[in-house]
Design a protein around this ligand. Structure first.
Ligand code: GLU
Length: 445
């Protein structure tokens, strides 16, 4: 890393105590930037690097609500409005007990470059709460969402900041959040949130978009090696929205998906995951993958192990940050993995990424490979603005084009900088340059 990048990085560590995930996300981007900074003295002159690591605004707030037993609960809410150079802040809300400011900042920072790669005019932001939805009744979820929006509504808007879902926030939560926003503002301002229900302004295909996009991206990566998804043996981690639709798309393209996972363990299903059963268990019953195994003859549950020990040719980490470490990476490489594409945000640790790259495994970082979700959110915003809904197949064909272009941009940027096949470098540089140029043109703000 150039000394000036190192200086800014050291300062990030000093000024953002106890936020290791944020440090990690910054480092991952900075490690790609030496050649860009050398080539563009104007970035240096206008302190683009120091400015880009500082969120434009960070909001933290109390979320008090009453649970089913009548007790008052207090959670903490966050919204980090990181960068608006390319458009309104855009990014999901995460409800999970692990959420803290550092987690939201890492996600918001990643979102800047991801959103830039989509080519859709959206800035970067992220939010959420340490609220744990697990085991909460529908009424509790609704009251929590209403309490959360009671503060958040002051800070968002279709031209300001447009939240969506992430871990723990799906269609149900977006419904409650939107209802409360509308009640508080007396505005049917549909473009203020994405991931809405289709009858009230949601986009067809938004639910599927992230998972579909990851598989389309992996397919393009395979094509560069003269292969395709068809016939691949795929390991998926996670069993939330991203994982489910990654399984669906991979199967549609003729691959066999043999695993999914959650905190109860991982499923191995050699015959290929039964998608209908998986959807029933996870989406309808909100159950565990252990419930899947109980109802699926021939499948088995492995508790306490690593899904990465299951041999495969394509690995799609779709659960959460830092779920795939160097042990996992070594096991995957040993078993002959050819492509790893990240459905989650930063699921691979830096040493895992290094192992993939030095072993010539094609590695697609989340900010490129999982950008289909937020790109489709941008399509939802466009539909809300024009009041002209798209059909499912219009959305999915646009999604395919977007993923194709992101892949192309990453691949050609990596080539331009003398590192063909390095999607990390390609995604970071292509994502960064667009934001940096916009910041230059907009002056010191
Ligand atoms: N949470 C998703 C992401 O990580 C989607 C964000 C959005 O649609 O705004 O990109």
């Amino acid at each position: 890393m150039l000394p000036e990048l190192q200086d800014v990085y050291d300062r990030v560590i000093r000024r953002n105590h106890g936020e290791p995930e944020f440090h990690q996300a910054v480092r991952e981007v900075f490690e790609s930037l030496d050649p860009v900074i050398e080539k563009h003295p104007e970035y240096r002159e206008h302190a683009i690097i120091s400015r880009i690591v500082e969120p434009e605004r960070q909001i933290m707030f109390r979320v008090p609500w009453v649970d089913d037993s009548g007790s008052v609960q207090v959670n903490r809410g966050f919204r980090v409005q990181f960068n608006s150079a390319l458009g309104p802040y855009k990014g999901g809300l995460r409800f999970h007990p692990s959420v803290n400011l550092g987690i939201i900042k890492f996600l918001g920072f990643e979102q800047i470059f991801k959103n830039s790669l989509t080519g859709r005019g959206i800035g970067g932001g992220k939010g959420g709460s340490d609220f744990d939805p697990h085991g909460r009744s529908d009424g509790e979820i609704m009251r929590f969402c209403q309490a959360f929006m009671s503060e958040l509504h002051r800070h968002i808007g279709e031209h300001t900041d447009v939240p969506a879902g992430d871990i723990g926030v799906g269609g149900r939560e977006i419904g409650y959040l939107y209802g409360q926003y509308k009640r508080l503002t007396n505005r049917a301002e549909m473009g203020v949130l994405t991931g809405k229900g289709v009858p009230w302004g949601g986009s067809r295909g938004r639910t599927e978009a992230t998972g579909y996009g990851v598989v389309i991206f992996a397919d393009r990566m395979l094509q560069t090696a003269g292969q395709a998804m068809e016939g691949q043996r795929v390991v998926v981690s996670g069993s939330g929205n991203v994982a489910i639709y990654a399984v669906e798309k991979a199967q549609e393209l003729g691959a066999t998906v043999v695993t999914v996972s959650d905190s109860s363990g991982y499923v191995v299903d050699e015959a290929g995951i039964d998608l209908e059963l998986l959807k029933q268990v996870k989406e309808v019953e909100r159950g565990r993958v252990s419930d899947y195994v109980e109802r699926r003859p021939g499948s088995r549950l492995v508790q306490g192990g690593r899904v990465w020990d299951v041999p495969c040719t394509v690995a799609l980490p779709c659960a959460t940050q830092n779920e795939l470490d160097h042990h996992g990476a070594e096991a995957l490489v040993k078993n002959g993995v050819a492509v790893v594409a990240e459905g989650a945000n930063m699921p691979s640790t830096p040493d895992a990424v290094e192992i993939f790259q030095s072993s010539h495994v094609l590695f697609g970082p989340g900010k490129a490979a999982n950008a289909g979700g937020v790109a489709t959110s941008a399509l939802e915003m466009a539909q809300n603005a024009s009041r002209e809904p798209l059909t499912f197949s219009e959305v999915t064909s646009k999604l395919e084009g977007i993923m194709e272009r992101i892949h192309f941009k990453c691949a050609t940027t990596a080539e331009e900088y003398g590192r063909p096949g390095d999607y990390v470098l390609g995604a970071n540089i292509a994502g960064f340059r667009k934001v940096a140029d916009a910041m230059l043109e907009q002056g010191v703000v």
